[in-house]
Design a binder for this molecule. Structure first.
Ligand code: VG1
Ligand code: CO
Length: 543
């Protein structure tokens, strides 16, 4: 006998999803009715009766408890079936794949991605649509509206489901299928890439280091790289997902993946290095002695994707987020395919992928992916790089040098100023927005402004409009900077300053990016008055 409780509740302030779902401090999520209110709001908006959902998360603290709550609520709301990763584990791209593979009605992913995990760190919940992609703005807005009027939620009175054991069980009237989190995803990767060629490369002595940062990709990377592709045991480090990520900050960039950087720039560096983030949708790739900026990685992948079996027919188009460098646009132009510029956040790529306009997408924030799923996919990018390396038989440095010689180089960097008081950050952005109209023609630190705007995007597929997606200031020499506030942080505001300068080559391709960008950096500080508003002169993280 099962009982469904209807629990009286009330709206909780601040349950507004950001760039990628709802993210808060873990104690907030564990607070009374907090998770329940948001999950009920999801079900109220998308409907649960008779539906099938996918459920999993990145294994961070509270992941297991939250999964039990969500299962009981799904059952109480009349869902027919939930497919859940064993141990409540699923990487974000694997969840996206399962949603599509099983033709489900969507999925709930428990993750705060690259934000640290633990009892005092961050937790998050996001909903993905039946196409496997993040809910678009109209849907997340409806969920938010629901959180502000909610008065009750539904909960099944039941024991925990044993998520450690594979197989089918029932929960109230609902079927729960506990599945291997890795198997279907690994099969998908095997269908896209030339595993034979990559295996031969490893057998020939190719060495690699993958830092899974004690987050979700460990089991995926061990199975695919070590077990199926024959990379040496121990290639994957920090490969066991831990509730607190072992105290690591699972954000794959040179600052947080410093151990990997040191290794790749050290005396006995392996041929190739890679890291991924908390939920497995991001990647950083590093060659021996050379860091690959995410914008360059997107461009190189687009230019060489046809070398992998899954993309041998060529690409339909390439899409990038607005702050990402234009390096990929140059490749698209050379290939004679479409190039798209979207706001920050993977949800904006969904329509382009569904409509067959873009095949490969990427963001400067270490996210790359393709139409194989509807999320960015860290291991996919690492495997595409490996496939390219196996075919071209050149070091990463040579591939980059040839790329720049052919297309020119978009020097690029992002400077993050973290944990700024929100009111100060807002005041700075407001002042900057107010000054845009008068900027054109001004010379700041020797840089002449050729244009400035606040990026607005009209989706070419459904016509929806997204305003105020970031301030762009363009200079007469083709350089630019972009400023926007993060939508994924949980402490104060994070200011992101994106910097870009193009060098056509063949000379001037070997500069240090920070030096190459120095005039743009000075002009950005001058125009935005960052120090005056925030008191900060130096960024906390440089990528
Ligand atoms: C950041 C990145 C953005 C990315 C988002 C989610 O957002 O800049 O490119 O899509 O994180 O990534 P923001 O609003 O903080 O700049 V993750 O790996 O959540 O899934
Ligand atoms: Co992520």
């Amino acid at each position: 006998m099962t009982h469904i409780h209807t629990v009286a509740t009330q709206p909780i302030a601040g349950q507004k999803p950001g760039t990628s779902g709802l993210r808060k401090k873990t104690p907030v999520f564990m607070g009374r009715h907090y998770l329940e209110n948001f999950v009920q709001s999801i079900f109220d908006v998308v409907g649960a009766e008779g539906k099938t959902f996918v459920l999993g998360g990145d294994g961070r603290y509270f992941n297991d408890r939250a999964a039990q709550v969500i299962l009981r609520m799904a059952a109480a709301n009349g869902a027919a079936r939930v497919i859940v990763g064993q141990g409540a584990i699923l990487s974000t791209p694997a969840a996206s794949h399962l949603i599509r593979l099983n033709k489900t009605d969507g999925g709930i992913i428990m993750s705060a991605s690259h934000n640290p995990g633990g009892p005092e760190e961050d937790f998050g919940v996001k909903f993905n649509m039946p196409n496997g992609g993040p809910a678009p703005e109209a849907v997340t807005e409806a969920m938010y509206a629901r959180t502000q009027e909610i008065v009750e939620y539904r909960m099944l009175d039941a024991q925990d489901v044993d998520l450690g054991r594979l197989g089918r069980v029932s929960l109230g009237g609902m079927v729960v299928d506990v599945v291997d989190p890795v198997a279907d995803y690994a099969a998908l990767m095997e269908s896209l890439f030339d595993f034979g060629a990559i295996r031969a490369m490893f057998a020939g002595g190719f060495r690699m280091r993958v830092d899974s940062m004690c987050a979700v990709t460990g089991p995926y990377a061990v199975e695919i790289l070590e077990n199926r592709l024959g990379a040496a045991k121990g290639t994957v480090v920090n490969g066991t997902p831990l509730p607190d990520f072992g105290g690591m900050h699972p954000d794959p960039n040179p600052t947080w993946a410093k151990a990997l950087m040191d290794e790749m720039f050290g005396a006995d560096a392996p041929d190739f290095g890679a890291a991924s983030d908390g939920d497995g949708d991001r990647n950083m790739v590093v060659g021996r002695g050379i860091y690959v900026s995410p914008s360059d990685s997107l461009a190189v992948l687009a230019a060489n994707a046809h070398l992998a079996p899954g993309y041998k027919a060529g690409l339909k188009g390439v899409a990038r987020s607005m702050p990402t460098s234009a390096a990929a646009d140059r490749v698209a132009e050379a290939l004679g395919i479409g190039a798209y510029e979207t706001p920050t956040g993977w949800k904006f790529f969904g329509n382009l992928l569904d409509a067959g306009r873009a095949t490969i997408c990427g963001e400067e924030s270490f996210g790359t992916g393709s139409d194989h799923v509807r999320e960015k996919d860290g291991l996919w990018a690492i495997l595409l790089w490996l496939n390219i390396l196996a075919v071209r038989k050149q070091p990463v440095a040579a591939i980059l040098a040839e790329h720049w010689a052919k297309f020119g180089r978009n020097y690029y960097s992002r400077h993050d100023f973290e944990a700024i008081a929100a009111d100060k950050a807002d005041a700075m952005m407001a002042a900057l927005r107010g000054s845009l109209a008068g900027l054109k023609g001004n010379s700041v630190e020797g840089m002449v402004v050729s244009g400035a705007d606040d990026f607005a995007y009209t989706d070419p597929v459904d016509g929806s409009v997204s305003q105020k997606q970031g301030v762009r200031v363009m200079f007469a020499d083709g350089s630019r900077f972009v400023l926007r506030l993060s939508g994924t942080g949980t402490e104060g505001a994070t200011l992101r300053l994106y910097l870009e300068r193009y060098a056509a080559g063949p000379a001037g391709l070997d500069l240090d990016p920070q030096e190459a960008l120095a005039p743009v950096i000075r002009a950005a500080h001058g125009i935005a008055r960052i120090a005056e508003f925030t008191g900060r002169t130096e960024p906390d993280v440089v990528t």
